[in-house]
Design a protein around this ligand. Structure first.
Ligand code: GAL
Length: 367
């Protein structure tokens, strides 16, 4: 882009010189005057071209400083085979490419060693910025040390490290959501039902919890805060089972199927840390002849299209919007701020996008 503009400006200047010279001829005073005038004009043209070029260069510098078009961005996703992160990465790529960046997105295949190689390759290619969805939150220290060493502005997404870990590098920021909020909203969805989750009226809410990958704060906080919302509201609770489903639909189906066989009608609520596992649990609920919102409640998080349909159809009690578009836009904005030279002070390195409670009343707004 820069090169093309420069060539165009120079070609324009020499073309003007050429056409002016072509107007001249012999050495008569008139011709000399004309030739001199032509030279002056040509010089002026060169000056104009040079000024244009300088102005363009300034514009480019400003654009570069603001992270404008033309930068190379490396994106690392923990694994492509994740329903929510697929929506997220598509949104991210679309926004970045729409702004003129060259984007390379890598699949970490849920393997931290593989992702470390991808980060090192991006650094060797001298990308302008990195956007990383870590495979393991526990690898954050190492990732942060690596990008700091390379001096690459970096936005972490989806898996939040601690404030302390991030404070090691001031050209690093996390964009995501506060997972406590989504857990609380799941609890509120149950509290909003006519019997507050106590379907059999025995004075307690008996639930199973299908957890995401417990290494991840999203899984930890959603598990904790969904139940906390119930107990904070004065409800008694009974945990029949808690198992990790690793954000995966098939695992959600298996866990729900086994628990429905084991605990039968004692299960009043199935909390799933995400929608993909909830869709799996719904398959098990339907296979067991149970009916959501009549003899069992089911909630998830993410507001995947499939889950929104089930909320509308009454096959899920509700879900929570995990705003992939908002987070992707926030990540790009933070990246551009970093490219523009912004640094982030310790304790101010997490930027949150709000979750939204989704019920049959508002589900259509998100479809
Ligand atoms: C969560 C999301 C899950 C899964 C997970 C991956 O925020 O709700 O569906 O994508 O991130 O870390």
């Amino acid at each position: 882009m820069k090169l093309t503009r420069k060539v165009t400006a120079m070609a324009l200047a020499s073309m003007m010189v050429f056409s002016m010279a072509a107007c001249g001829g012999g050495d008569t005073p008139a011709e000399t005057t004309t030739a001199a005038a032509a030279e002056t004009t040509a010089a002026a043209a060169e000056t104009t071209a040079a000024a244009t070029e300088a102005a363009e260069k300034d514009a480019e510098t400003t654009a570069e400083a603001a992270g404008g078009a033309g930068g190379n961005i490396g994106v690392c996703i923990y694994k492509f085979d994740d329903a929510f992160m697929t929506t997220y990465r598509n949104a991210l790529q679309e926004i970045l490419e729409g702004k003129g960046y060259t984007v390379t997105v890598m699949d970490g295949k849920n393997d931290q060693a593989e992702q470390n190689n991808q980060i090192n390759n991006f650094i060797a290619q001298e990308v302008d910025a990195l956007i990383i969805n870590p495979v393991m939150t526990s690898a954050a220290d190492q990732i942060i040390a690596t990008v700091k060493d390379a001096g690459i502005p970096t936005v972490l997404i989806n898996r939040e490290p601690t404030a302390d870990q991030m404070s090691a590098y001031d050209k690093l920021v996390y964009v995501g959501c506060d997972a406590r909020q989504s857990g609380t909203m799941q609890g509120e969805l149950i509290l909003d039902t006519p019997n507050k989750g106590d379907i059999n009226g025995d004075g307690k809410v008996s639930y199973i919890m299908i957890q995401g990958d417990p290494e991840n704060v999203d899984a930890q906080y959603r598990t904790e805060f969904s139940v906390k919302a119930l107990t904070d509201a004065g409800m008694e609770v009974e945990e029949l089972d808690l198992q990790r489903g690793d954000w995966d639909r098939n695992k959600g189906q298996e866990i729900a199927q086994n628990d429905l066989a084991k605990f039968g009608n004692d299960i009043e609520v199935i909390f799933c840390n995400n929608d993909d596992m909830a869709i799996g649990a719904l398959q098990a609920i339907q296979a067991a002849g149970r009916k959501v919102n009549e003899d069992i409640y089911l909630v998830g998080v993410d507001a995947l299209d499939a889950a929104l349909n089930e909320v509308v159809n009454g096959n899920m009690t509700g879900t929570v919007l995990n705003d992939a578009n908002g987070q992707a836009a926030g990540a790009v904005e933070a990246m551009e701020a970093l490219l523009g030279g912004k640094t982030y002070a310790a304790g101010e390195q997490s930027i949150y996008v709000d979750y939204v409670k989704v019920t049959p009343e508002n589900a259509a707004d998100f479809q």
